[in-house]
Design a protein around this ligand. Structure first.
Ligand code: HEM
Length: 407
């Protein structure tokens, strides 16, 4: 492949996401920074090397300001691309779509709720929810681990923290799956419309009757000090709800799959459960739940190695590929629960580093730890090669993970 060839956009078809590691390795070997065409028709630059990814995640010349991004969008979308709808925009006024100083203001409002110390207090409740879910799994004998444990645990925890009633959870899963996967414009508009309507109504209810939860506290902060506008409030609830469960589901699912496919690593972890926190870091590195970090765009030309990305171009940073870069992690395709996997980019890097990382780590530790303790004969109920990954450029997670819990 010549230098000219690698400057031609490569089309990332949905199949790319079924075989994400092999495809990413191929792209990184050819050109660690290159133009691509995304499934929804967006042109962007894809970054697959660890050092470049880390540097760009913290580079202030890359912006996430969604309003300024609109003009870049208009220029970088192909004729058939999916355009954002007014409804989906009403959920977009959140910290992941802003630069400082707005980003600093929005993040400060929720930072305290998710520190490692605050989150540690949730451990008994997380254990209780996990044990109840495992009881149900034991009764069934065979289960889809995602539906039985990996989804209900984080959604229950984040809904309880925010003060979202139980009855909305299945709807949330459906709406957010549609919004994050490769949906049609109509499906996207319908799902985001329902989500926005529900959350707007919920914010109004919290204003009328505050309860002891994070959403009521945010409504109160807004009424007291004008800290958040109404769209910012609804968008904050949206971001926390979606980020608070879509990702952790896949940390648990991908982690359990990795263990079941590597019996030596499973045995090592069973023999020494104190390895659990380290194993969770390795799951994050080995099969990162977020494939591509959210869109950024260049506000001026940015040189990366020997490539110059011009101003007003979208940049996609592959966390999944960076975490398998052999320049940073020796023998990167090997799962090793004793590896020092610290420094992986699964939670991002820089000012947008994941707010919920301590919560995600704790949920995964409890879920995987209790699961292995409870089911000594846990095994896959399907051939690994038949498992399908979600068609999503954001989420790297399975559609289902069938397991057998009995002897
Ligand atoms: C940001 C990953 C769990 C809330 C991020 C980013 C990543 C990430 C990669 C940065 C995206 C970017 O820079 O484009 C993950 C993973 C998780 C997880 C892999 C689980 C395994 C959670 C949880 C919460 C959460 C449980 C909520 C409570 C957020 C928020 C941001 C964020 C609010 C935006 C931070 C900012 O813009 O400053 N997450 N996340 N995440 N995450 Fe997470």
């Amino acid at each position: 492949m010549t230098r000219a060839d690698v400057r031609e956009p490569v089309e990332l078809r949905p199949e790319f996401f079924q075989d994400a590691h092999a495809m990413s390795r191929l792209l990184r070997t050819e050109a660690p920074v290159r133009p691509v065409l995304m499934p929804r028709g967006l042109r962007a630059w894809l970054v697959t090397g660890y050092a470049d990814a880390k540097a760009l995640l913290a580079d202030p010349r890359l912006s996430k300001d969604s309003e300024r991004a609109q003009h870049v969008f208009e220029r970088r979308l192909t004729a058939t691309a999916v355009r954002s709808t007014p409804m989906s925009r009403s959920l977009a006024a959140h910290m992941l779509n802003t630069d400082p100083p707005d980003h600093t203001r929005l993040r400060k409002l929720v930072n305290k709720a998710f520190t490692a110390r605050t989150v540690a207090r949730l451990r008994p409740r997380i254990e209780e929810i996990t044990d109840r879910l495992l009881d149900d799994m034991a009764g069934a004998g065979e289960a889809d681990l995602l539906t039985a444990l990996a989804f209900p645990l984080p959604i229950t925890v984040i809904c309880e923290l925010l003060g979202v009633p139980d009855d909305a959870r299945d709807d949330f899963r459906a709406w957010s799956n549609t919004m994050l996967d490769t949906a049609t414009p109509e499906q996207l508009q319908e799902a985001s419309g329902k989500m926005a309507a529900y959350l707007t109504e919920l914010v109004a209810r919290k204003r009328a009757e505050p309860t002891d939860d994070l959403l009521s506290a945010l409504v109160h902060a807004t009424d007291e000090g004008d800290a958040l506008s109404e769209p910012e409030l609804v968008s904050m609830a949206f971001l926390l709800l979606v980020a608070g469960h879509e990702t952790t589901v896949n940390l648990i699912g991908n982690g359990v799959l990795a263990l079941l496919r590597h019996p030596d690593q499973l045995a090592a972890l069973r023999a020494d459960p104190s390895l659990l926190p380290n194993a969770v870091e390795e799951f994050l590195r080995y099969d990162s739940p977020i494939h591509l970090a959210t869109l950024r765009f260049t506000t001026e030309p940015v040189r990366v190695g020997d490539v110059e990305i011009p101003a007003d171009e979208f940049v996609l940073i592959s966390l999944l590929a960076a975490n398998r870069d052999d320049d940073r992690f020796p023998d990167p395709d090997r799962l090793d629960v004793t590896r020092k996997a610290g420094g992986h980019l699964a939670f991002g890097h820089g000012i947008h580093f994941c707010v919920g990382a301590p919560l995600a780590r704790l949920e995964a530790e409890v879920a995987v730890g209790r699961l292995l303790e409870r089911f000594p004969a846990l095994r896959l109920a399907a051939e690994p090669d038949t498992l399908r990954w979600r068609d999503s450029s954001l989420i790297h997670g399975l559609e289902t993970l069938p397991v057998l819990t009995g002897q």
